[in-house]
Write a protein that binds this ligand. Structure first.
Ligand code: PHE
Length: 333
């Protein structure tokens, strides 16, 4: 029995089989148990001897069973550790995260730049009256400049603002100089092609204080374009026309792609048009009750999409409004 049991134990390959052997030998109906049960048939004088033999056999088998059991358990544990092993040097699984819309990113960047120059933010409303959008900006009903901006009228009095310049009037009506604000927001014009959308974003700027001149505007703009397009970029002012500024200028930035030598982006001119600006027309200041003998100011209007398109090399404004993830994912500053 002992030898058979030892051979059987050695042949097992797992805890389950080991238990089968235990039952077959030491269980209620096991072989060795049967011998013990048969003790009553053994002659009394032989009983101690047989008993001792049976006990020794049982102890030897139990010891071997225990030894095997420990071995199997250790192996199982080792296997488990191996399968659960974590390599802390492995790269982690990628977490996808959203990012702000390119227009929001550029708006925030511009706001930060102007914020660092001491500008405060005034957010106007998208629905305006004809008075704030045009009349108070020196653009009366019959003024030809109204044709420059195709307006969405909601009623004879109300309209969707065509320019954030409307905010200038609200600020000047409610605040005494010195004034130094920017006003970001959506504007609307019935205009639709590769570079124009019926809805787009502007950022207005207005500074009113004692002794403000066009030179102050130029100095601030030079600072501004270096922040947006990189060190070394400068601006150039070209004469233009807006009813609410006099003189009015169109502002070009030196081409940040070719450094002014002439490339496809600047159409060989070395300059890219970026915004409209000017010295605030006296009529506008006076209309808001500001004494033009003491105060003067400058204003500018930036097209946010235009800056975004230049910065990120986008040639169709519609790409900024289509919510195409392939486009949006690429722009995360
Ligand atoms: N409001 C003008 C436009 O939308 C831009 C502008 C703003 C020009 C301020 C001069 C001063 O075209």
């Amino acid at each position: 029995i002992k030898e058979k049991a030892i051979a059987a134990i050695e042949a097992t390959d797992g805890l389950e089989k080991l238990n089968d052997v235990r039952m077959a030998v030491l269980g209620k109906t096991g072989e060795l148990t049967a011998v013990l049960k048969g003790m009553k048939d053994v002659a009394p004088e032989d009983r101690p001897k047989v008993g001792q033999l049976v006990n020794e056999t049982r102890e030897a088998i139990e010891a071997l069973l225990e030894e095997k059991k420990v071995k199997f358990e250790e192996e199982a544990l080792k296997k488990r550790y191996e399968s659960e092993k974590i390599d802390v040097t492995m790269p982690s699984s990628k977490h996808t995260h959203g990012n702000l819309h390119p227009i929001t990113q550029v708006k925030n960047q511009l706001t930060d730049i102007f914020g660092s120059m001491g500008f405060e933010v005034y957010e106007g409303t998208e629905i305006e009256t004809d008075y704030y959008n045009f009349t108070a900006l020196n653009t009366p009903q019959d003024h030809p400049a109204r044709d420059m901006q195709d307006t969405f009228y909601l009623s004879p009095e109300f309209l969707l603002r065509t320019q954030t310049s409307a905010g200038q009037i609200h600020v000047m009506e409610n605040q005494k100089p010195p004034i130094k604000i920017i006003s970001p927001g959506k504007v609307f014009r019935s205009d639709d092609d590769a570079t124009h959308s019926p809805m787009f974003s502007q950022m207005e700027g207005l500074v009113v204080d004692k002794g403000i001149t066009l030179c102050d505007l130029k100095g601030m703009l030079d600072e501004f374009v270096q922040e947006v397009f990189g060190k070394g970029t400068t601006t150039r002012l070209r004469p233009s026309y807006f009813p609410f500024t006099e003189p009015s200028v169109e502002v070009d930035v030196s081409c940040f792609q070719c450094g002014g030598k002439g490339c496809k982006l600047c159409k060989g001119t070395g300059w890219i048009e970026v915004l409209g600006a000017g010295v605030v027309n006296k009529k506008v200041l006076e209309g808001c009750g500001i004494d033009t003998d003491i105060y003067s100011g400058f204003a500018f209007g930036i097209g946010v999409e235009r800056i975004a398109m230049l910065k990120y090399g986008i040639n169709n404004i519609k790409l900024l409004f289509e919510s195409d993830m392939r486009v949006l994912k690429q722009i995360d500053d």
